[in-house]
Design a protein around this ligand. Structure first.
Ligand code: HEC
Length: 198
């Protein structure tokens, strides 16, 4: 039943692609800031930045300072999850060619990706690590982005996906229903996921 709709969203119009490109450029401006920031002493909050004082997540408490993002990442994903790509590849979705990425998925997510599932089950989780393309051997870390399929009703208009961004210095940047992320992933062909081809 959903085939027609999915067929349509698999082939977004040029205008849609452009819109999404603009959205993602905007979305990543603050990640760029985070990276610029981590190599200097400056920690002043600018928009959504390294600094949680920017009001990124009001549920995390009120003391000033940077929140360690480790707890927001799926535990031991590098050993427990399946690596979806062989060689690192250039992300086409995130920041227009700036990053090379590796993608890990747990069983539920990797099965869904492989079978191009219409409905990805609750509990599916994916982690995409980003590395600066320009750096020698891609050794300079960028952000880590996570998608987790939550219980029905968590985000009804966004396929119940929760998004997380952990910055280049390991700090929690944002977590939850992030509209900038959902705005693009809503149109992805595998119930919010884009195929990983490499
Ligand atoms: C303009 C579209 C767009 C936006 C906005 C976007 N993504 Fe993606 N995302 C993609 C594409 C395309 C892929 C496939 C791999 C690639 O090219 O990076 C992807 C892959 C992923 C993956 C691996 C799972 C998959 O779908 O294959 C995760 C995790 C992810 N994105 C998280 C995020 C988060 C978190 C945000 C918000 C900060 C975000 N994305 C914003 C387009 C987007």
């Amino acid at each position: 039943m959903g085939t027609f709709v999915r067929g349509r969203v698999c082939k977004p119009s040029l205008a849609t692609v452009c819109k999404h490109a603009l959205v993602v450029i905007g979305a990543f401006a603050w990640v760029a800031f985070a990276i610029a920031c981590s190599s200097s002493a400056s920690r002043s909050p600018v928009g959504v930045s390294d600094h949680r004082g920017g009001g990124v997540n009001p549920h995390l408490g009120s003391d000033a300072g940077v929140v360690d993002g480790t707890a927001a990442l799926p535990r031991d994903y590098r050993t427990r999850f399946k690596k979806m790509n062989n060689a690192r590849f250039v992300s086409s979705g995130h920041a227009a060619g700036r990053w090379e990425v590796d993608v890990w998925a747990n069983d539920a997510a990797s099965t869904a990706l492989a079978s191009r599932a219409r409905d990805v089950p609750e509990g599916a989780a994916l982690v995409q690590e980003h590395f600066e393309r320009q750096s020698e051997g891609g050794s300079v870390k960028g952000p880590i982005m996570v998608m987790e399929k939550r219980e029905k009703g968590f985000a009804p208009s966004h396929g119940d996906w929760s998004f997380t961004v952990v910055g280049s210095a390991g700090q929690l940047v944002k977590q939850g229903i992030i509209e900038q992320c959902a705005g693009c992933h809503d149109d992805a062909p595998i119930d919010g996921l884009f195929p990983i081809m490499e």
